[in-house]
Design a protein around this ligand. Structure first.
Ligand code: FEO
Ligand code: CA
Ligand code: CA
Ligand code: CA
Length: 633
């Protein structure tokens, strides 16, 4: 493995660099496919004009519609290219919590040069804030937040290249990731963490978990430390979030593969070897990004080849009960889970939409067998049901294909553990990296951010599935991203069929032409790239967060730093609301119970945000309010 500045890379880019997918398509084929898709794109625009079928117009005429609609309470914020957060006039922001801030009074003090030592590293707010949800428990505001990964150079500043040199170093990194549960309260100084609240909790890479669902107890999940295959330690690379109607938090394990490695050549059975190849688990004898395996045998696949099978799931956490054991729900599939967006069918069955964030992987849906009854038993709702994968047709129809033993030739446990292979077998649609999915609370429809895919039309996914441009992923070498929307048949999220369209294609109308200039709701004023986070507020405004190229050069000229925009699902209008500091991604959004504050996550700034010159950059959550204290969602 090359010696690279891995601290500065996102897990996605690191993963791509170290586990490059095979390149089988020739350049001629790429060009041919791109040209034919340009022909198809005009069909998409035509659909926009006929979108009355779907009650909207998003690709045509949006400029005209914007002036009539304007459901936004703010003027568009211009792009920014500096080291801090900006919001529109009439709004203000303040830091709620930074990586390393104490959740408990016995936490070590944060050193501006070296951060937090190993001892007490599980007593502070974790690094690289990502998905978050707020729960009100008996009048108490509980914020539950993912810490996706660690910048090893930041956390191990004394070590060469930020590489762990001891078991203690590994423990420090493990403690800064996972999930933080914390009570917050609003006083004269604004919102603050309630240090030592009995609800405060750190869940990290060594926290005890229960495994349930069809894969629980399967041979592929058994290890020397857990011969039952039903109990594991830790939750990994917690990216986006979700919640259930019964008040639990869903944390989503994304690039889990990067934590495992080998200290010697491993002997693997066929299924395990194939799984490692598809999911990008390294079998090379190499320290890798984290080198956990050098000091903690659990992560060494030459000693514990089944351990990676115990990660890559949706994990349910009860924030109201600090002693509860998180549950890994294998029924919802194993892949690089971005987030988990729930909906309820009219009959009360629970739907969870999920994306697999990897180039050319898939979009999934879970449907429970039982119905949700407020106050009733919810213990089986994420354990017993059916997993589906999406197929999008070019005629704007689509279907959810059930991943059953009959359809895949795999057992229920194998479908749960190797969901990607099951989805390939039924011919699911390869997507441009499905990031967050959001369900509109004011209409029966879902949206998924397809963040970008430089490999579209260039090479297949790791399972060899064709990734030529297709309906919702129409652009080869797609560096801008798009948002796909679907409306389930019969206004029922439990339906197996849907209609789809594109809510927006990001692009650059200044430097590009054709489909790469973006759809017509993109203009030089609101352009952005790489939509990633996405959440609806209670009024039906969709908030879009970006994790893209912030060089502000070339095809990204005029887009500035990563940002958060508001989208009107009815008119298609999109307006920039917030910008993050240099190098950061804006990710994670939730609201206080009174809807007068929005909490926004700022992940991996390169600027010394928020403490200023000379200080370490710190991922932070900011509280955004209107200066007149009116509602913001
Ligand atoms: Fe962690 Fe796909 O973002
Ligand atoms: Ca990220
Ligand atoms: Ca993301
Ligand atoms: Ca991303």
């Amino acid at each position: 493995m090359k010696d690279i500045d891995q601290a500065a890379m996102s897990p996605d880019d690191w993963d791509e660099m170290n586990f490059p997918r095979p390149d089988v398509q020739g350049f001629d084929h790429v060009v041919e496919a791109a040209i034919s898709r340009r022909g198809f794109m005009s069909g998409v625009v035509a659909f926009g004009s006929g979108a009355a079928v779907m009650g909207t117009s998003m690709l045509k005429g949006t400029t005209a519609m914007a002036s009539q609609s304007d459901r936004f309470a703010f003027e568009q914020l211009p792009i920014q290219t500096d080291g801090t957060v900006h919001v529109p006039e009439g709004y203000e922001w303040k830091v709620l919590v930074r990586w390393g801030d104490p959740l408990f009074s016995d936490a070590p003090a944060f050193d501006p040069a070296t951060g937090i030592p190993t001892e007490g590293s599980d007593r502070v707010f974790g690094e690289n804030t990502d998905g978050m949800e707020l729960f009100n428990v008996g009048g108490t505001e509980l914020l539950v937040v993912n810490s996706e990964y660690v910048n090893t150079k930041t956390n191990l500043p004394e070590n060469d290249g930020g590489k762990p040199a001891s078991a203690g170093d590994v423990l420090r990194l493990q403690n800064f990731q996972g999930v933080s549960v914390m009570e917050i309260t609003e006083g004269d100084n604004g919102w603050e963490v309630v240090v030592d609240s009995p609800y405060n909790r750190r869940i990290h890479h060594n926290t005890a978990m229960t495994i349930d669902g069809p894969a629980a107890g399967h041979d592929l999940l058994k290890t020397e430390a857990d011969p039952t295959g039903t109990a594991s330690l830790g939750t990994f690379n917690n990216c986006g979030s979700g919640r259930t109607p019964w008040g639990t938090y869903l944390t989503c394990e994304e690039n889990f593969n990067g934590y495992f490695g080998a200290t010697e050549e491993a002997t693997l059975d066929e299924a395990t070897a194939a799984g490692f190849q598809r999911y990008g688990v390294s079998t090379e004898v190499d320290p890798g990004r984290y080198n956990y395996h050098g000091f903690d045998a659990r992560f060494d696949i030459s000693k514990n080849p089944n351990e990676p099978h115990r990660a890559g799931y949706i994990v349910e956490i009860d924030p109201a009960n600090p002693d509860s054991t998180p549950v890994k729900h294998t029924a919802l599939g194993r892949f690089k889970h971005e987030n988990a967006a729930y909906a309820l069918a009219p009959d009360g069955r629970v739907i969870v939409y999920m994306g697999d964030d990897e180039r050319g992987e898939f979009m999934y849906k879970w449907l429970s067998n039982d119905v949700y009854v407020p106050g009733g038993d919810t213990s089986t709702l994420l354990s017993e049901g059916q997993l589906f994968v999406a197929k999008f047709n070019d005629d704007m129809s689509g279907e959810w294909m059930a991943l059953t033993p009959a359809a895949t030739g795999m057992s229920e446990a194998e479908i749960a553990i190797f969901s990607r292979m099951a989805a390939s077998k039924v011919g699911a649609t390869t997507m441009d990296r499905p990031e967050w999915i959001a369900v509109n609370p004011t209409a029966v429809e879902g949206y998924c951010c397809l963040t970008n895919n430089k490999n579209r039309g260039v090479k297949p996914n790791a399972g060899g599935d064709d990734t030529s441009p297709n309906g919702p992923n129409p652009r080869a070498a797609n560096n801008f991203g798009q948002i796909v929307r679907w409306r389930p048949s019969g206004d029922n999220h439990a339906s197996n069929t849907f209609e789809w369209d594109l809510y927006v294609m990001a692009g650059n109308p200044k430097t590009e032409t054709g489909p790469y200039a973006g759809s017509s709701n993109i203009n030089e004023g609101n352009m952005f790239n790489s939509p990633d986070g996405m959440m609806f507020d209670t009024t039906g405004i969709m908030w879009i967060q970006t994790d893209g190229n912030d060089d502000n050069e070339g095809e990204f000229e005029g887009m500035g730093n990563n940002q958060m925009l508001a989208g009107d699902p009815v008119t298609g209008e999109i307006r920039r609301f917030l910008t993050g500091p240099n190098g950061s991604e804006v990710t994670g959004l939730t609201w206080s119970s009174d809807k007068r504050t929005m909490f926004v996550g700022i992940q991996h700034p390169s600027a010394p945000f928020p403490d200023g010159e000379g200080a370490l950059p710190r991922s932070s959550i900011v509280a955004v309010k209107r200066t007149d204290n009116a509602k913001v969602g």
